[in-house]
Structure formats: structure tokens, C-alpha cells
Design a protein around this ligand. Structure first.
Ligand code: TYD
Length: 212
């Protein structure tokens, strides 16, 4: 079972992933969590280049390829081996982030991006994608007040963030069997409860999986 968490900046994905993984472990599942961009030593080096505020000259195509390079490494080095062991893999962002940010956000051709993503992931698609949806201004405010580091990618104009949010909602509409949309403006605990319920509804019984 390969689960991805997606959402605009400030949707709170990152603080939800560990409690969700812990809950699933308590239910008897073996769970591995990772994140993008990064998640491998090579991916973390790529992440540093992507996030560097000084890299203002970075062209959107360069940015797209770097995200895809980090992802290709993560899929082969980490995600596939853990799935092969029968574990549940939960990834904080994945290919849909590229469609939402580089595609809908930066207006890059979606059909071309899909081909590139298919190449980068070797065709590995999530079984379940959880979208933490939040209104753009609220998300960005939350992100700033949370005190997390303000990086090059946050500094884009607000219109881009709006297109990203709407892009996510469009992607979810196109593949309703894979996506679940959650209201991330609720308190953290309510979002976590909703996540747990949704995931458990999709999960095969623990004893049918290869668990620790
Ligand atoms: P990060 O600090 O990991 O933010 P978050 O906690 O919101 O995931 O930064 C990731 C940023 O990179 C975020 O603004 C989304 C962006 N991004 C893309 O533009 N394309 C991609 O393919 C990925 C994976 C992320």
C-alpha cells in the first residue's frame, strides 16, 4: 500500500504524517514514512539546491527536472524496496506535487509533465492520495506563523499558490477513486482523526500483509 499526502503550502501535512504512521503501527501494520524533495542522501542534496533562496535564476524546467531527479532516486532506493517487503509507505508529497506546482502553478504542459513523471517514477502510482485542502491565504498565514523556514519556493506570488490549490482540487476530481480530499482548516486533531478513518477504510487487514 503506497499512500501519498498532498496539499498546498501550510496545509499541515508534515505534522500529520508521524501521528498517522504511529496509529497504523498500533493497528499492526509495518509503516515507513518519507518525504519529497529529499528522502535519500542524493535527494537531500538536490533539495538543498531547490530550496536555496539565492537560486533566483532557476528556470521552471530546471526546477521540474530536479524534483523529478530526487523522486527517481527515492522510488528506486527507498519506496519500491519497502513496498516489496509488504510495508505501507507514506510519502509527504509525490508526483502530484509536480502536476500541481509546476503544471497548474507554473503553467507547464500537463501532458509533457505526465510523461516525465512516468519516466521518473518508473510508473509507480500511489494507491491512495490524501489531499489536505486549505484556502490559500489561510495556508500561507499558517506557514509564516508556524515559524518554519521561509524558502525560495514559498516566496512565489499568491496567484501561483491559488492555482496550485485549484490544480490539486482538479486532480482529485479527475481520479476520485485514488484521491480523498480533507478539510485542513480544521484543528489538527480533527484532521488527524479524519485521516485515520479514511486510511483504515482503504486498508487490507493487517494479517494479510507481511508485518513485523
Ligand atoms: P517543503 O519545505 O518540503 O514544504 P512542505 O512542508 O509544504 O511540503 O517544500 C516543498 C516545496 O516544494 C513546496 O512549496 C512544494 C514544492 N514542490 C514543487 O513545487 N514540486 C514538487 O514536485 C514537489 C515535490 C514540491
Amino acid at each position: 500500500m503506497f499512500i501519498t499526502l498532498e496539499g498546498p503550502d501550510g496545509s499541515g501535512k508534515t505534522s500529520q504524517i508521524n501521528p498517522l504512521a504511529e496509529f497504523l503501527r498500533q493497528q499492526g501494520y509495518a509503516v515507513f514514512t518519507t518525504r519529497e524533495p529529499g528522502g535519500t542522501p542524493i535527494g537531500d542534496q538536490i533539495r538543498t539546491v531547490l530550496m536555496n533562496l539565492e537560486n533566483t535564476a532557476m528556470h521552471p524546467r530546471t526546477e521540474t527536472l530536479l524534483f523529478c531527479a530526487s523522486r527517481a532516486q527515492l522510488v528506486e532506493e527507498v519506496i519500491r524496496p519497502h513496498l516489496a517487503k509488504g510495508e505501507i509507505v507514506i510519502c509527504d508529497r509525490y508526483a502530484d506535487s509536480t502536476l500541481a506546482y509546476q503544471g497548474y502553478g507554473h503553467g507547464k504542459d500537463l501532458a509533457q509533465l505526465r510523461l516525465l513523471l512516468d519516466y521518473a517514477t518508473g510508473g509507480l502510482t500511489p494507491d491512495l492520495t490524501l489531499l489536505l485542502d486549505i484556502e490559500t491565504e489561510q495556508g500561507l498565514r499558517r506557514r509564516q506563523t508556524a515559524g518554519s523556514e521561509w524558502n525560495r519556493l514559498d516566496a512565489y506570488e499568491i496567484e501561483l499558490h491559488r492555482r496550485v490549490r485549484n490544480g490539486y482540487l482538479e486532480l482529485a476530481r479527475q481520479e476520485p477513486q485514488r484521491w480523498c480530499v480533507l478539510d485542513a482548516s480544521q484543528p489538527t486533531e480533527a484532521v488527524q482523526a479524519a485521516l485515520r478513518e479514511l486510511v483504515m477504510r482503504r486498508m487490507p487487514p493487517a494479517h494479510t500483509l507481511n508485518v513485523r
